[in-house]
Design a binder for this molecule. Structure first.
Ligand code: GRF
Length: 195
């Protein structure tokens, strides 16, 4: 994917957008890879404020719009998007996007997949399950997105020991710090290395 034109990435996010912010910050001074568009399915997502601060276009894209393949592809083409990064995006990626961006959609999951993944495993539910199982180690997984939740090819994993007595909230906060550190770097390596 290297060439004279920058690699244009879209970030899809639904929530507070702390990962999206780190990604935006990381690439803000880069000319070869750019966070070119933020797409959110939540009108109140904090990610919209982050995008404004960095002058990155953001757009509210509800389920009905995402279900519309022509409209969504046209939007991504308008911004010359070549890859998509999910950062807390709580909707399934439709098949037409998987076909349009083969191996070019990444997600981060705050646990060691294949454990603690799949439908319903998002947010605090993941960390509650890890806690209930008495795990002393959790972690994060960065993976390609495919048609099933949390089951695409794993690109990177980081094991993170948990302090004894950690609550689900403690676990979430601890892992999120590592997400902020790892995700931009792995996105950089991944998309720089694609043909
Ligand atoms: C992160 O824990 C991420 O791994 C998961 O959703 C959370 C999003 O948090 N997919 P934020 O919106 O980036 O703060």
């Amino acid at each position: 994917m290297n060439g004279s034109n920058p690699i244009q990435l879209a970030i899809f996010a639904s929530g507070s957008g702390s990962n999206a912010l780190r990604i935006i910050e990381y690439f803000s001074n880069r000319t070869d890879i750019r966070a070119a568009l933020i797409l959110t399915n939540n009108k109140t997502a904090g990610v919209r404020d982050h995008a404004d601060r960095y002058g990155i276009p953001h757009i509210f894209w509800p389920a009905a719009s995402l279900a519309n393949s022509g409209k969504t592809i046209a939007l991504l083409e308008k911004y010359q998007i070549q890859g998509v990064v999910l950062a807390g995006f709580l909707a399934k990626i439709p098949g037409y996007l998987l076909l349009r961006f083969p191996d070019r959609i990444l997600n981060i999951h705050p646990a060691l997949l294949p454990d603690y993944g799949g439908k319903g495993m998002h947010g605090i539910y993941i960390h509650q399950a890890v806690h209930a199982a008495g795990e002393s180690v959790s972690g994060l997984t960065i993976h390609q997105v495919n048609a099933e939740y949390d089951s695409g090819k794993i690109i990177f994993q980081c094991r993170i020991p948990l302090a004894p007595g950690s609550s689900p909230t403690d676990i979430a906060q601890r892992i999120l710090k590592y997400e902020h550190y790892c995700y931009p770097y792995i996105i950089d390596q991944y998309f720089s290395g694609l043909d």
